[in-house]
Design a binder for this molecule. Structure first.
Ligand code: FHN
Length: 440
């Protein structure tokens, strides 16, 4: 009898484990973005970053100029003059499409606390401006109609909200108004209401792009909680590593000494290091300032393509930023530059979209990308008449330009030397197509 009881108990325990273990696993995995959920973003490669707010009236940096070049008093009242008479969301989305961009990330709320959507939590939002229309609503709808994925940037730190406790918000020496007692728990509730509004009223979002995680009121525990909260609102949403505390400054990679969360690394104003085992995205300004600045220095086409190709060749995405003017227009010279990038992608996009970085790490002459058994060699610098590829451990079937023009090559036991064509060279990036029997 005792043996029978033991067998019966064993069977019951086994059945329970078979039911509970998968549930536990799925509960765990439900808070992590799966490779399948990341795939659209990894294939997209190129997005438009938009930094915008009432500060564009001053032409100074969003957030950072508050209490510096612009007094707190003046900065916090700019919204009353913010009348974006020429704002046209469809026009902005068409600019992104013409550039060959596949997603848009806009600063729904930057460090200055101003909200570009019709939030019920504070009157410090776009509906309180003379414009009286919901920018996030119009942009999200324009994106959906155009097949561009809509995403939002959201600053965790908030130098406007008294419950967020950091005195730097008003510039050096800023003091909290007498009697105000910051309350971070209350601020996190405020922030979660914002994020629920953005996801529920304007979603589904492609990416929730957090920023401003570096100040002391934000903690790893709060970051982990926020990641789970966002994923509970929209399973499958992609969240960057700035939701947590693991980002290594502007290098953007994630510290490995803790279980920091976030689905991709975020190098800033620099092409990220070669990394093909974890998603990453370089964010960079097309000019020098994030928000609009009159007569700011703008990057050349060659610089922009070099940055895009080097980023993709390194295994990452590029989020290229524009700062629209106070009237709602994007500067024509920036629109023109983005169109030039799009024209280049029209011809060469096969070597960018849907590819993977490498497998040859960045070289002095350029980078490589690959898709299936096709290797794309991007010759970015005036490197003379030949380039050398290291031994590939697979055989080369054909080497050509995109138009099929054969390219001379010689393979030895040391690797392959490719003779660069005399003509048909692209000063921005000459792409050589190498068909292999298999991808090493
Ligand atoms: O302080 C911000 C800055 O204004 C800008 O938004 C960049 C873009 O990601 N992020 C922070 C600086 O790291």
């Amino acid at each position: 009898m005792k043996v029978k009881n033991k067998i019966f108990k064993g069977v019951i325990i086994t059945i329970c484990l078979c039911i509970l273990l998968p549930l536990h696993a799925s509960a765990q995995s439900s808070i992590q973005t799966t490779p399948e959920e990341m795939q659209w973003w990894k294939d997209a490669k190129f997005g438009l970053f938009i930094h915008w707010g009432p500060v564009s009236l001053k032409g100074t940096e969003i957030g950072w100029s508050r209490g510096q070049q612009v007094s707190v008093e003046e900065y916090d009242n700019l919204y009353k003059q913010f009348n974006l008479t020429e704002f046209n969301a469809v026009e902005w989305v068409n600019v992104a499409k013409a550039a060959g961009m596949k997603y848009v990330v806009i600063t729904s709320k930057h460090h200055d606390g101003f909200c570009l959507w019709n939030t019920k939590t504070t009157s410090y939002n776009i509906l309180s401006t003379p414009f009286k229309r919901d920018v996030i609503k119009e942009l999200s709808e324009a994106c959906k109609q155009s097949g561009i994925t809509f995403c939002t940037y959201y600053s965790i730190l908030d130098w406007y909200q008294p419950d967020y406790n950091i005195s730097s918000r008003g510039g050096p020496g800023y003091k909290l108004p007498a009697g105000q007692k910051p309350d971070m728990d209350r601020y996190v509730t405020y922030m979660k209401t914002h994020l629920r509004e953005l996801i529920t009223n304007y979603g589904p979002l492609g990416v929730m792009w957090f920023d401003g995680e570096w100040e002391e009121p934000w903690t790893h525990d709060r970051g982990l909680d926020l990641y789970k909260y966002i994923r509970s609102l929209q399973p499958g949403i992609i969240i960057n590593n700035r939701v947590d505390k693991g980002r290594r400054g502007m290098e953007g990679s994630t510290e490995s000494d803790k279980d920091y969360t976030g689905d991709f690394d975020t190098p800033e104003q620099r092409v990220g290091n070669y990394q093909v085992n974890r998603p990453w995205e370089t964010c960079m300004t097309i000019c020098r300032q994030w928000a609009w600045k009159p007569d700011d220095t703008m990057k050349s086409l060659k610089e922009c393509i070099n940055i895009l190709v080097s980023t993709v060749g390194g295994g990452g995405n590029l989020l290229l930023n524009v700062g629209p003017m106070p009237n709602g227009k994007i500067e024509q010279r920036q629109v023109d530059r983005l169109k030039e990038i799009g024209d280049w992608l029209e011809k060469n996009g096969e070597s960018i979209y849907g590819t993977n970085g490498g497998p040859i790490p960045p070289q002095s002459w350029g980078v490589t990308t690959h898709k299936g058994n096709t290797l794309y060699v991007h010759v970015l610098s005036d490197t003379g008449s030949v380039i050398a590829l290291p031994e590939l451990k697979s055989s080369i079937k054909k080497v050509s330009l995109f138009d099929g023009t054969p390219v001379v090559f010689e393979t030895t036991n040391m690797g392959t030397v490719i003779k660069l064509p005399e003509s048909n060279r692209d000063p921005n990036d000459t792409v050589i197509v190498v068909e292999l029997d298999r991808m090493p």
